[in-house]
Design a binder for this molecule. Structure first.
Ligand code: FAD
Length: 519
């Protein structure tokens, strides 16, 4: 009999063992689905990137001799959801066996599990063969509700996969080079920052389909999509990163710049970041492939690349990426409900326009709408920090992040947003709330000089709103935070202020909180 194999939009892994042989009786199905285009309001470039990559992938499979059914939104519009479509296909093609790869998202995994238990025919489930850790191993590393720390996990991963090791010791003798990293970009550094490599993938047909089917989206539409949509493009982007980004990746990992990113000139806006997250999350390229190439380049490059740069890069992929996935699966579905700080405020309207007088936030939001991209520190310390100290409800924060970024898939988005940035998990993923005042932004960026607000002031009309919001946030959560040795100093400083000064800061913050839409 025939076998039907489902390939989801984020399972575009050409190296999967499924594709080692061709078989007349195996049908692959790749389908644009209304349920996927609509489960949240996505950035239009994100849907275009997935649909375009899915089409390229099905063409590549066909070329390699596989039997592929590629369905567009036009073809699937009559089915209410994925199970309904699958039922129709199983019937139409007289299928006797249904197979799929484990979805990385709880929502889809549940849907397919339920669907397959109701089927009379045989079902087989496969690993996606993408991550370093296999799915069934995660439970050995991660326990529900337990506070896990990256560092311990990361070291185990380095040893186990023998990456940047010197026998049993870490290469260079240290596990962590963060102290050498995290520098600010100074004006004399600007000219050396590379321009991002942009592709030009024609997505006109997809844009027309989205319009035809009334899919509602956010962000700027581009007929020529700048994101990689084939494995070959993913490797070209990786090589570009090895050649131009790696040398300063760690050093300027936390730096932010509003001057380099003139949105109209489209220059240097991604600094030294790789922009590989979409290609990785769609599984067009594997984390092993990315790390192997970067490590090879580190050893063989003509210009000297310091260990701190490659270690910082490996840590993100071998460490953080695998770590948040483990946290997600150990804690779902409960994780999606956590709100440790009982944050209740609404996300300000300018998160959909960038129209705020705070320059750092305006820039991070506008760039995100323009490119479906912001780098890690913009996400964590600009938009994320604002939501944290303004007490925005984590459901609304999650929804915004899940929609806007090119790489946003729930398994990686949620632990980063709800956990790391909003501390709504009470410290499962990170050891402290990443709350900061304007001082941090000023230290790591060039935003503040040109801002409407004054970063050195706290309670005046033109004071940087982050300052008073920060203090009111810390004051409000004193009970929850004061046990943490990392915040002791903060409270000592707060209590050193005169009572009237504290009062005026809190009342300024409350004034801001009552009208967040107009900051
Ligand atoms: P680079 O800076 O070049 O890093 C290289 C790779 O490391 C990335 O491509 C990514 O695969 C991995 N990586 C780095 N940091 C993390 C991290 N914290 N967690 C997991 N992987 C990481 N990443 C997503 O892939 N999808 C998301 O939806 C997402 N949402 C986020 C939300 C918030 C609030 C925060 C603070 C971070 C989020 N991240 C997310 C992590 C990180 O910001 C992005 O992976 C990164 O900015 C992507 O850009 P890049 O490829 O240029 O990364």
């Amino acid at each position: 009999g025939k076998t039907l194999r489902l390939i989801l939009g984020d399972q575009l892994n050409a190296s999967h063992s499924w594709f080692a042989n061709t078989d007349e009786n195996t049908l692959y199905v790749i389908a644009e689905l209304h349920q996927e285009a609509n489960y949240t309001k996505h950035h239009i470039q994100k849907i275009c990137a997935f649909f375009s990559a899915m089409l390229s992938f099905s063409q590549a499979l066909e070329k390699a001799g596989h039997k592929v059914i590629h369905l567009t939104l036009d073809d699937t519009t009559q089915y209410k959801d994925l199970p309904a479509l699958l039922l129709a296909l199983l019937d139409e093609h007289q299928v006797s066996c249904f197979e799929y790869q484990l979805p990385d998202e709880y929502r889809l995994r549940e849907q397919l599990r339920e669907f397959s238990t109701q089927l009379a025919i045989q079902t087989s489930v496969y690993e996606s063969e993408h991550f370093f850790l296999e799915d069934h191993e995660l439970c050995r590393f991660f326990t529900a509700s337990k506070k896990h720390r990256l560092e311990a996990f990361y070291r185990k991963m380095r040893v186990r996969f023998n990456i940047l090791m010197d026998g049993p010791e870490p290469l260079g003798g240290q596990w962590n080079y963060d102290a050498d990293n995290r520098q600010k970009l100074k004006p004399q550094d600007y000219s050396a920052v590379p321009e991002p490599l942009l592709f030009s993938n024609d997505v006109q047909d997809i844009l027309l389909r989205l319009k035809r089917h009334n899919i509602s989206t956010i962000g700027k539409a581009e007929t020529n999509l700048i994101w990689p949509t084939t494995r070959q493009q993913a490797f070209v982007l990786l090589d570009h990163f090895c050649q131009y980004g790696l040398v300063n990746f760690g050093r300027f990992q936390d730096a932010m710049s509003g001057r380099l990113d003139t949105l109209t000139e489209q220059k240097q806006w991604s600094l030294y970041h790789s922009r590989l997250s979409f290609a990785l999350n769609a599984k067009m390229i594997s984390p092993q492939q990315v790390i192997d190439r970067a490590v090879y380049h580190f050893h063989h490059a003509e210009t000297d690349i310091s260990l701190a740069q490659i270690e910082g890069f490996v840590r993100q992929i071998l460490g953080w990426r695998e770590f948040v996935r483990g946290i997600y699966w150990a804690n779902m579905p409960d994780y999606a409900e956590l709100n440790f700080l009982t944050a209740q405020n609404n996300l300000p309207k300018w998160f959909w326009s960038g129209d705020t007088k705070m320059r750092c936030l305006s820039h991070a939001v506008k760039q995100s709408l323009y490119y479906a991209y912001a780098h890690h520190i913009q996400r964590l310390m600009v938009t994320g920090n604002f939501c944290l100290i303004a007490g925005i409800h984590p459901d609304q924060v999650d929804e915004w992040y899940l929609g806007i970024y090119i790489d946003a898939i729930e398994w990686v988005e949620m632990p980063n947003t709800r956990g790391m940035s909003q501390f709504a998990d009470g410290g499962i993923v990170g050891s402290k709330a990443y709350a900061a005042s304007g001082n941090y932004i000023n230290k790591m960026s060039d935003y503040c000089g040109d801002c409407h607000y004054k970063v050195k002031e706290t309670a005046t009309d033109n004071a940087c709103p982050l300052n008073s919001l920060y203090w009111q946030f810390m004051d409000q959560h004193q009970e929850k935070f004061s046990n943490n040795p990392r915040t002791k100093m903060v409270y000592a400083n707060w209590l050193k202020k005169e009572p009237e000064a504290r009062e005026s800061i809190l009342s300024h913050a409350n004034k801001l909180l009552s009208d967040l839409d107009n900051i």
